[in-house]
Each structure stands twice: as structure tokens, then as C-alpha cells.
Design a protein around this ligand. Structure first.
Ligand code: SAM
Length: 282
């Protein structure tokens, strides 16, 4: 039994259900329930909250979310082997855990919820983590249906998410995250905390939606940042040639010197360029 709940230790669960980790599914499991409880707590108060978890695996984080009072956890898992292990957790918390076998990349999360407050919490598979985050950050409706995202990434990806202008890590992901959310790194998790241990340190990132992000569409913002950071060492008057008819005029119209480079432009600057692009395309 563990200190968190009356369920068996995760090592037993993994052995009984033959859940040896598969690299192709980005499986690096967390077996320390104190650590999973720390991650669950970092997501904010859970009482009365529905949580979406991507990739519950053997259920270490799922158990922490439920033990700490989440009203309901909806967990999407691609690995069939984990479903039986998770049914034991569901039986322990009647009516509070809904496990969906499927691919999170193809799941319409908003349709799974009951209408109350929602947090998204996950130790993400490294191979789909960024795609999922970009999906959550670019939804048409804003503010979104979720109150926060609390996600474990490789440290290098976490640094790109929270990066400020002027830093080497600042790029498309930092602009997107900074546009619509306040994002911060909560703490690092050493490779030794995972089974099997990954090569690099991980970091927990917490993102809270901004109520009033700079007005622009994610489509035009992405077009501008893709062009600008695609050639990040070039001046913007050069790197934006592929998307603006007259990049110098577009840059001057929004008060950005055409000789600037992408990493020197802040989020309001990129949003202004996105609006200029939308106007040109209208
Ligand atoms: N939450 C568990 C933990 O912390 O120990 C497992 C985390 S492990 C890094 C990632 C999990 O995501 C694995 O259980 C894996 O099977 C699952 N997974 C991988 N790709 C997925 C996808 N596209 N959709 C849903 N789950 C996926």
C-alpha cells in the first residue's frame, strides 16, 4: 500500500500488467507518489475541478490527482496494456475516473467535460507534447475551456515555452505561449525520477490563460513567426519577404525597425505584424 491511497505500489502495478516501458509511446513513468502529488498540487486547487490527463500510463499522476480531490479525471491513454491497470484505480474512486483508450492528438477534449472548471495536467509523451500544447494554445475560442495547463516537458522545451525576447530559447513556441498565457517553470525533475530515466532533465510548466491577449488570429501569428524565426539570424525586412508584399512598409507601419531580427521583437510586436498580415490578405 502507498501513503497516498490504499492502492498497490506502482512497481507492482507495472509488473502485474506487464507494462514495460515502450520508447515508441514516449513512456517514462513516474513511480514516486510524493512527486506525482507535488505535480498535482502545482496545478492549483483541485477540489470540484475536472482534470484532463493525457497519457496516464500505470496511473501515478492519476492517483495523485484523485487523492488530492479532483472531482473527476478524464484520462486519455493510447497503450491498451495500461487500461486494465487504470481500471483498478477507477474502482477505487467510483465514478471519478473516466479512462478513454485513444490518441490524444485525435481527441476533442472539450466534448468530454461536464461544464465545471477544468485543468489539464500531464506527464506528456515527449513525441507529441509540443503538438498538443500548440493545439491547446491555438484554439479558436478564447478564453479556452481550461483554467490551466500543468505539463512536464524536457527542460529545453520548457525553456522555449517561457522564453523572453532576446534569449536564444525565444522562438515560435515562446511567442505563442506568451501571447495567450502566463507561463512559468515550477520545478525541475531529475532523470532518475523516471523509469526508465530519460537522457535529459524535465521541467514542470504551468500556463494560465490571459483574459485579453493581443488581438490577432493564431493562423496569422503563426505565419509571421514561422517566417521570422525560420531565418532568425536575418533582418526582418529579409526574412518576412515570403509573406508580405512589402515587408519594409509592413514593419514600419507597426513601428518595428526593418533591420531588427526576430528574437528582438516582443509578443505585442508579433501580434501587430499578424494584424498587418491579416489586413494585407483581406
Ligand atoms: N502519466 C504516466 C506517468 O507519469 O508515469 C505516464 C507518462 S509517459 C511520459 C506518457 C504516457 O502517454 C504513456 O503512458 C504513453 O502510453 C501515453 N501516450 C503516448 N502517446 C500518446 C497519445 N498520442 N495519446 C495518448 N496517450 C499517449
Amino acid at each position: 500500500m502507498s501513503a497516498l491511497d490504499d492502492l498497490p505500489p506502482l512497481r507492482d502495478v507495472i509488473r502485474r500488467h506487464d507494462l514495460s516501458a515502450r520508447k515508441s509511446l514516449g513512456q517514462n513513468f513516474l513511480l514516486d507518489l510524493n512527486l506525482t502529488a507535488r505535480i498535482a498540487r502545482a496545478s492549483g486547487p483541485l477540489e470540484g475541478v475536472d482534470v484532463i490527463e493525457v497519457g496516464p500510463g500505470p496511473g501515478g499522476l492519476t492517483r495523485a490527482l484523485l487523492a488530492l480531490g479532483a472531482a473527476r479525471v478524464v484520462a486519455i491513454e493510447k497503450d491498451t496494456r495500461a487500461i486494465a491497470a487504470l481500471s483498478e484505480v477507477a474502482a477505487h474512486y467510483p465514478g471519478r475516473l473516466n479512462v478513454i483508450e485513444g490518441d490524444a492528438l485525435d481527441t476533442d477534449f472539450s466534448s468530454l467535460l461536464s461544464g465545471g472548471p477544468v485543468r489539464i495536467v500531464a506527464n506528456l509523451p515527449y513525441n507529441v507534447g509540443t503538438a498538443l500544447l500548440v493545439g491547446w494554445l491555438t484554439s479558436e475560442t478564447w478564453p479556452p475551456y481550461w483554467q490551466s495547463l500543468t505539463l512536464l516537458f524536457q527542460r529545453e522545451v520548457a525553456e522555449r515555452i517561457v522564453a523572453a525576447p532576446g534569449s536564444d530559447a525565444y522562438g515560435r513556441l515562446g511567442v505563442l505561449a506568451g501571447w495567450r498565457t502566463d507561463a512559468k517553470i515550477m520545478f525541475d525533475v531529475a532523470p532518475s525520477a523516471f523509469v526508465p530515466p530519460p537522457k535529459v532533465t524535465s521541467s514542470l510548466v504551468h500556463l494560465v490563460p490571459r483574459a485579453n491577449p493581443e488581438p490577432c488570429t493564431s493562423r496569422t501569428l503563426e505565419a509571421v513567426t514561422q517566417a521570422a524565426f525560420g531565418q532568425r539570424r536575418k533582418m526582418l525586412r529579409q526574412s518576412l519577404k515570403g509573406i508580405f508584399r512589402d515587408p519594409v512598409a509592413a514593419l514600419e507601419s507597426v513601428g518595428i525597425e526593418p533591420t531588427r531580427r526576430a528574437e528582438e521583437v516582443d509578443v505585442p510586436g508579433f501580434a501587430a505584424l499578424a494584424r498587418a498580415l491579416a489586413a494585407e490578405r483581406a
